[in-house]
Design a protein around this ligand. Sequence first.
Ligand SMILES: [Zn+2]
Length: 510
Amino acid sequence: MSFSTVLSASIQGLKVEFVHVEADVSNGLPAFHMVGYLSSEVKEAAERVRTAIRNSGLDFPAKKTVINLSPATMRKRGAAFDLPIAVAILVSLGVIPEEKVRNMLIIGELSLDGCLQKVPGILPVILEAREAGIPVCIVPKANASEGALVEGVEVLGVRNLQEAFAFLAGNEKLEAEPYPEERADEPAENFLDYSDIQGQEGVKRAAEVAVAGGHNLLLVGPPGSGKTMAVRRIPGILPPMTLEESMEITKIYSIMGLVDKESPLIRQRPFRSVHHTATKAALIGGGLIPSPGEISLAHGGVLFLDELPEFQKAVLEVLRQPLEEHQVRIARTHGNYVFPANFILIAAMNPCPCGSYPDFERCTCTPGQIQHYLGKISQPFLHRIDICVEAPKVKYESLLGKRKGESSADIRRRVCDAREIQNRRYAGTGIVSNAMLGVKELDRYCGLGKAENRLMEQAFTSLRLTARTYHKILKVARTIADLEGQEEIGERHIKEAIGYRTMDKKYWGR
Ligand SMILES: [Zn+2]
């Protein structure tokens, strides 16, 4: 047999595309040609594969070898085709029986000594293989535990080309990788705990409400007010994930090559802290064929932007669309890419460059400086924040005092109950949390009684609220009622929610 085909796959954005690796080995002038719209890394496979085959103690005769990767319309990148190319050559040479590779997907990068290197995107590839009814996949051993998360596909992890050859030539057996051991979904012991923080009850409460309803939160306060301390403890109160959510998030991490071999399934909601020097591409995703950015790595969890005004304005502005749509669209000339990006935005900032405003005795900034500083946060950006709170300055000793505050475990229990109520309420609607409610849904889920309506009317006139702010107050009030397990939104829920809108008026005048 001189012609052979092996099935492999490639990741384009979040999508998996199957690739047929064809090899033709014939008696002609010795040469190695590779065709099929290949990037330079794929073309370099020629050298890696030839050397790896020889270094694995296999014969690589001086013949004419042509490799074609189809479909030809799709640009192929990366080194994950090395192994399928090597196998296709060995089938063409007749040392691996052709029927052995039928109905099988093969993927992996080779080093020159024939060892297999980990490749990104194994989880989505195996999921797609299952979808297509492919029963067996050969992957690098280092990726096998990740692949084994997909039930219903036999995932065979191989360490090197020799092992793959021995199995495919029929000499050796390979054990399918077992399903990775389950890990408890309780937060790990080493999470920072809210019981360490005394005082700052307002900030702690705002974090609880934000997490319970999926609301974006902005904390304003002087340096040393414990903003960051409070935010760093948020991972410990995030609700657990369903297996489906875990798989969705693990898929994104898989594509970025960030899956841990020992515990491949991501069970903790992500908490991504992004530095203010981050570029647009790092934040929302980028590249010729885009890969996910921080906002997609924060999907299902929290994106934390500390020192908010230090970010480039243009970088903050690109967050507006994903904050509204809970996913990010990246346009390229050859098509559009969509990545999930449903995260809670938590941002923190000083009230002015020196940090002391509005304490006029201590603030050394000019009104112009303050205005410029606050002005870095645009109105449309502020519109996407549901909860604004001030973190007042406190003495450090009273922040980390001996008397314990409420523990994260207690707060988390309330958060979980409130999330459970939302899950039941929004089952089958595609809505995950109160923060996602659209204007149309507000009537249905946030109906008010007479007294509550009157309270909202009063606030609307006296605080000169916009319609947008009005809706936000309703959504946050819904969450506060859910935290109490109350079906009806009451006056005290509305009052607390209004409280989260007064601070941005103070600083930004709206
Ligand atoms: Zn100042």
